[in-house]
Each structure stands twice: as structure tokens, then as C-alpha cells.
Design a protein around this ligand. Structure first.
Ligand SMILES: NC(=O)c1ccc[n+]([C@@H]2O[C@H](COP(=O)([O-])OP(=O)(O)OC[C@H]3O[C@@H](n4cnc5c(N)ncnc54)[C@H](O)[C@@H]3O)[C@@H](O)[C@H]2O)c1
Length: 259
């Protein structure tokens, strides 16, 4: 299946971040009717530029803090109301903070959980919605360990486990809502440009610095590939977008229930 984005209504959380902005641009180019940009802070310059380039499309900002469940519910509900519907929801918010594990888990993992659960309630067919697609931007560090940033890595593994579970056909058949996880590799955004508090212990700071000398991709190509993955509408699919490429991966099965 290839989802036609033309005329759809989309909300992008973390939409003013590096990867979030790239996603917003591609969705606007591909003809979304309405775009709700949800983030901690309004970026007036980006909004103005997008409104100039896409004058017929409705583009607006809503405050969200993904670490606060009630704020998430209120912000996403208000965005749906303003657009008169919601077809696509993407969560591209995130932080890298190893010295405040609570905050890192709250934003990266609980944020993913809060936004996804709210999407089910707002978009699910079982609740009178039309179904649609949810994309959770996780990381290649949701798939592989990374010794200098253990907390961030745990938060991203959690995001993958949650998305794989909630994307199950059993949910999909009830809700009509496809859940997809995308895993970017190192991408040139603020998250990795001079990051603060980005090593679990002082003694791994050098190891973290080494990681940051690895090859990166630009946010624009990452955003393009994330939208490509989204357009498959394939619930439960997991995609790596790294160094300008996109590929779907199969997760290994280590264990199943025995009856
Ligand atoms: N840049 C990379 O190398 C890389 C690699 C893999 C995965 N990722 C993931 O991609 C996503 C986007 O990151 P990015 O690289 O664009 O970083 P970024 O720092 O440019 O953007 C992050 C966005 O999240 C928003 N945000 C932070 N805390 C929030 C909160 N509590 N509530 C709502 N929004 C909040 C920020 O305001 C910002 O707009 C993140 O989930 C990140 O973990 C990034």
C-alpha cells in the first residue's frame, strides 16, 4: 500500500526539532491539508516560512510537553479539533540526558507512550475516529546497545518494545491505527551538536566523543525517508534510516509462549 498524503491532517510532535522540521517540510510538499506542529516552544520563523511557501495549507503551533500526560491529551485533542480530524501523528520529540535518567525516560519513553495512547483514543475507529497512522521516531539505539549512553539507549529500546506491542494486528483490527517505528542513525541536529550531559559516567565521556565523530546524515534526507516509511502504512514495521538510506528490518524472535 502507498498512502496518498494529499488532503490529510497531520500532527508532528517535536516538529521544530531538526528531524521534526524535515518531516514537516516533506508533508507540506506532499500536500497535507493541515499541519499541527506540537512542541515545547513556538518557532515563529519556521512557521512564517512554511505559511509563505504553502499558503493554501493550514499550519499552526500547539504547545505540548510530552512528559506531562494531561498536557499531551489536551494538546493533541485541541490539534484534532482545530483541524477537524487527525489522520497522521508522528512523535519526533526527544532528549539526550544521561545525568537525569528520570527526565530522559519521561520524555523519550513515557512521552512515546502518552502520545501513542492518546492517538489511539483520538484516532481509533473503536472510539468513532477514522484510524490512521502513528510514527514513533525511536533510534538505532533502540536496536543496539551503546555503552556511553545507557539511559538514552534504554529509553529507545522501550520505545521499540512499546511500538511493536501496540502495533499488533489485534489492536489494528479494532482501531484501524497503524503504528510504525523508525530508527534514525546519527543525524546532524541539535541533539548531537555539542550535547551536554551526554555520558552516563564521567569516565565514558571520551567514548561518547568518539561516537560523535562517526559518519552522520543530514536531517532533510532522514525526514524524507521517515515519510517514505510512513507511506507504507504497514503496522508493526520497523525501519532504519541511516546515512541517507531506508530499509525495513525483521526483528529476531527469541521466545514464544508455549501452550
Ligand atoms: N539526531 C540524531 O542523531 C538522532 C538519532 C536517532 C534518533 N534520534 C531521535 O530523533 C528524534 C528527533 O531528534 P532530533 O535529532 O531532531 O533532535 P532535536 O533536538 O533537533 O529535536 C528534538 C525536539 O524535541 C522537542 N522536545 C524536547 N523535549 C520535549 C518535551 N518534553 N515535549 C515536547 N517536545 C520536546 C524539542 O523542542 C525539539 O523540537 C528524537 O526522538 C531523537 O532521540 C535522533
Amino acid at each position: 500500500m502507498v498512502v496518498d498524503i494529499t488532503g490529510l491532517k497531520a500532527a508532528i510532535c517535536g516538529g521544530f526539532g531538526g528531524i521534526g522540521q524535515a518531516i514537516c517540510k516533506v508533508l507540506l510538499e506532499q500536500g497535507v491539508l493541515c499541519l499541527a506542529v506540537l512542541d515545547l516552544k513556538e518557532d515563529k520563523d519556521s512557521l512564517e516560512a512554511w505559511r509563505k511557501s504553502y499558503p493554501t495549507q493550514k499550519i499552526f503551533f500547539n504547545y505540548i510537553d510530552v512528559a506531562e500526560k494531561s498536557v499531551v491529551e489536551e494538546s493533541m485533542r485541541a490539534a484534532k479539533e482545530k483541524m477537524g480530524g487527525l489522520d497522521i501523528f508522528m512523535n519526533s520529540s526527544g532528549i539526550l540526558n544521561e545525568i537525569n535518567p528520570e527526565l530522559c525516560i519521561q520524555v523519550n519513553l513515557l512521552g512515546t507512550i502518552y502520545t501513542s495512547l492518546t492517538a489511539v483514543n483520538l484516532m481509533g475507529k473503536h472510539k468513532g475516529g477514522n484510524g490512521g497512522i502513528v510514527i514513533n521516531v525511536t533510534s538505532v539505539l533502540g536496536l543496539e546497545p551503546s555503552h556511553p549512553i545507557a539511559v538514552y539507549t534504554a529509553s529507545k529500546h522501550g520505545g521499540i518494545g512499546f511500538t511493536r506491542s501496540i502495533s499488533h494486528e489485534f489492536h489494528y483490527n479494532k482501531t484501524g491505527l497503524a503504528f510504525i517505528a523508525v530508527c534514525p542513525g546519527l543525524t546532524n541536529t541539535k541533539l548531537v551538536q555539542n550535547p551536554q550531559n551526554a555520558a552516563t559516567f564521567d569516565y565514558v565521556e571520551g567514548e561518547m566523543a568518539k561516537i560523535l565523530t562517526a559518519k552522520t546524515q543530514e536531517a532533510d534526507i532522514c525526514g524524507e525517508n521517515i515519510v517514505k516509511a510512513m507511506r507504507t502504512g504497514k503496522t508493526g514495521s520497523i525501519w532504519i534510516c541511516d546515512l541517507g538510506t531506508l530499509r525495513e528490518i525483521e526483528m529476531p524472535v527469541h521466545w514464544t509462549l508455549q501452550f
